[in-house]
Design a protein around this ligand. Structure first.
Ligand code: C2E
Ligand code: CA
Ligand code: CA
Length: 269
């Protein structure tokens, strides 16, 4: 039970041919999408701080396709609204199933640039949460730093509304975009996620290590929880712990896995 198997190149599987917009639209409608979950572990205690939901496409012919092969298609074709609604709906239903099984877990979901300019998004998410009686503070929305570079005024408004509704907000892939500190400060983020390119190199690359260290200091100064993604070995874990990082996520602890395996994994801990 190790979740997803080892891939030669992360996210390289699937999509041997062009995937089309109509096909993706149908996939969203026909429930061909599936969510896998990866645990986030609190470094100080070893407890599960939450899980991140990661979408996959169970294609009837091509098999399991990773998001790197269809997220940009969804963005290009205006399908991000529908995809995100499906993802949040799925997450909320899953949380209910886990809760029924006696497992209380916080969930993070990814949203994209398109979503944070959609004025209807905060209400839609709030409704999905209310329908399933999910406490909004148990949902964190992850937005990449690059997604923030678009229409900042609108996204600031929408992100603030989501935050006011109680949801957590995480700045994903931190260190790869160009957000200025003053911009960052204006958006009510609760969490900073250090990009895996820095984390996975920090044992061998002094500069990557310096960047990780600086991100942790910055996050803490701005009162954010700091998450390191891409933790692949014990040495990285040890370094991060020494630097005071709050939460770790990565293959060292567990790969993303289907919901039932996730439940087993949590029970076995
Ligand atoms: P992300 O949000 O930065 O997610 C982390 C990615 O790193 C995931 O790839 C995860 O499987 C992978 N990963 C986790 N631990 C490790 C590790 O230790 N080493 C390495 N090398 N990789 C690790 P995945 O699932 O293929 O997702 C790729 C990207 O697709 C995500 O990056 C995210 O930007 C996007 N994505 C995934 N699900 C969704 C979704 O539901 N909605 C949106 N809008 N985007 C999504
Ligand atoms: Ca993410
Ligand atoms: Ca990331």
């Amino acid at each position: 039970m190790g979740g997803e198997e080892d891939l030669p190149l992360h996210g390289s599987r699937g999509a041997m041919r062009e995937l089309g917009a109509a096909e993706l639209q149908q996939a969203i409608r026909d429930e061909q999408l599936v969510l896998h979950y990866q645990p986030q572990v609190e470094m100080a205690t070893g407890l599960v701080a939450g899980v991140e939901a990661l979408v996959r496409w169970q294609h009837p012919i091509l098999g399991l396709i990773y998001p790197n092969h269809f997220i940009s298609l969804a963005e290009r074709e205006g399908l991000m609204g529908a995809l995100t609604r499906w993802v949040i709906g799925g997450v909320v239903r899953q949380e209910q199933l886990w809760r029924d099984a006696g497992m209380l877990v916080s969930i993070s979901a990814n949203i994209s640039a398109d979503n944070i300019t959609s004025l209807t998004l905060p209400e839609q998410i709030a409704e999905l949460l209310a329908d399933n009686k999910l406490d909004p503070t148990r949902l964190t929305l992850e937005v990449t730093e690059t997604a923030l570079m678009g229409e900042l005024v609108t996204s600031l408004d929408i992100l603030t509304r989501l935050r006011l509704k109680g949801m957590g907000l995480s700045i994903d892939d931190f260190g790869t975009g160009y957000s200025s500190l003053s911009q960052l400060h204006r958006i009510p983020f609760t969490e900073l996620k250090i990009d895996l390119s820095f984390v996975s190199n920090m044992t061998v690359d002094a500069e990557a290590r310096a960047i990780v260290k600086t991100c942790i200091l910055l996050g803490h100064e701005l009162n954010m929880k700091v998450v390191a993604e891409g933790v692949e070995d014990q040495r990285t874990w040890d370094l991060l712990l020494g630097l005071g990082c709050d939460v770790a996520q990565g293959y060292f602890m567990a790969r993303p896995m289907p919901a039932d395996e996730m439940l087993e994994w949590m029970r076995n801990r």
